[in-house]
Design a binder for this molecule. Structure first.
Ligand SMILES: Nc1nc2c(c(CN[C@H]3C=C[C@H](O)[C@@H]3O)cn2[C@@H]2O[C@H](COP(=O)(O)O)[C@@H](O)[C@H]2O)c(=O)[nH]1
Length: 306
């Protein structure tokens, strides 16, 4: 994940619309250092879990579709996680590689029991087909095989996923530089780690290499904490719920500066608390704060990446 760290740091150094306030990072860290809020994975009980390969298949399908809920004001991540869980409980072959390649938009909607078209539904279906096809072609149809071939390395897992599945290649070109953010590939590794509690399919000896997952919730939380500061034009656009184009400087800065800021928080917290703190732990905490605050104004970008 060095490429994610380095390219995000480059954006933070050259940023025009978003700045990181180091003194606010220090204040947040000072408040947290005695007890870093530990957030239990699946504290909501919304995920499928059977401690085996079907859970891996479930999480891979979940993270293939884990993006852009906001255009439907009633839809959120929980609906997706729970909808896919119920679908699997109802039919354990629902995510077989052959089946994944055949879903249509209306069938996906029905599977999730969602009464109207999903945001970016055509893309969601295309990505499901891509996952089914490539799993069948290279991994005996099983996401568990993909994970097994990574030798307990999250870095290898992200590299393998982004090599095989174009839909997970979450990157942009910013001021002439290629920037890697890899949100859904990294969150898949983190979901395995969380679900399997760092054992079996969730054992990654390098889980400390994962960065935060640059979505639309965590940047808003960091802004609320004072860690991120926006230009007035950007602040107004977010306040007015105006769409921010995918690949624009503003969008990349929001995401990359969030990664950089969380890395800085992690470094400082590790020093002050004398314990190794993981970016994934900070992410889970920040995300849980964000989703518990319905009034939080987040940026709106149509994207398949987050
Ligand atoms: N940074 C970060 N972003 C995350 C997650 C998760 C889910 N993690 C679960 C896994 C185990 C735990 O129990 C968590 O519940 C979803 N998202 C992103 O949020 C957005 C959805 O927001 P809303 O529209 O309000 O549902 C969307 O971009 C989605 O991709 C996370 O952990 N970190």
């Amino acid at each position: 994940m060095e490429e994610v760290r380095q390219s995000s740091a480059w954006v933070a150094r050259n940023s025009s619309h978003v700045t990181i306030d180091s003194s606010e990072i220090e204040k947040v860290v000072e408040k947290m250092k005695e007890s870093i809020p530990k957030v239990e994975w699946d504290y909501e009980g919304i995920h499928y879990f059977d401690n085996g390969p079907l859970t891996v298949q479930y999480l891979f399908v979940l993270d293939a579709l884990n993006f852009c809920f906001w255009p439907d004001k009633d839809l959120n991540y929980d609906n997706l996680a729970k909808g896919l869980k119920d679908a699997l409980l109802n039919d354990s072959s629902a995510f077989d590689a052959g089946r994944l390649q055949k879903y249509t938009g209306p069938q996906l909607r029905e599977l999730l029991k969602w009464p109207r078209p999903l945001p970016l539904e055509e893309e969601r279906v295309r990505l499901l087909h891509e996952v089914g096809f490539e799993l069948e072609r290279s991994f005996e149809g099983k996401a568990s095989k993909l994970v097994e071939s990574c030798g307990k390395s999250a870095v290898k897992l992200v590299a393998l996923i982004t090599r095989h599945f174009p839909g997970f290649r979450d990157h942009s070109v910013y001021k002439g530089h290629q920037v890697f953010l890899y949100k859904r590939a990294q969150i898949f590794a983190a979901d395995l780690w969380g679900a399997f509690k760092g054992q079996g399919y969730g054992q990654f000896d390098d889980i400390c290499s994962i960065t935060m997952f640059a979505d639309y919730i965590v940047p808003a939380v960091l802004q609320q904490l004072g860690v991120l500061k926006y230009s007035s034009t950007l602040a107004n656009a977010i306040q007015a719920s105006s769409e921010i184009g995918a690949g624009t400087e503003e969008e990349i800065e929001l995401r990359a500066c969030s990664i950089y800021a969380v890395e800085k928080m992690r470094e400082l917290l590790s020093i002050k608390s004398g314990k190794q703190v993981l970016s994934v732990e900070l992410d889970l905490w920040l995300w849980s704060v964000g989703v518990q605050c319905p009034s939080l104004q987040h940026h709106r970008t149509l994207s398949i990446y987050y």
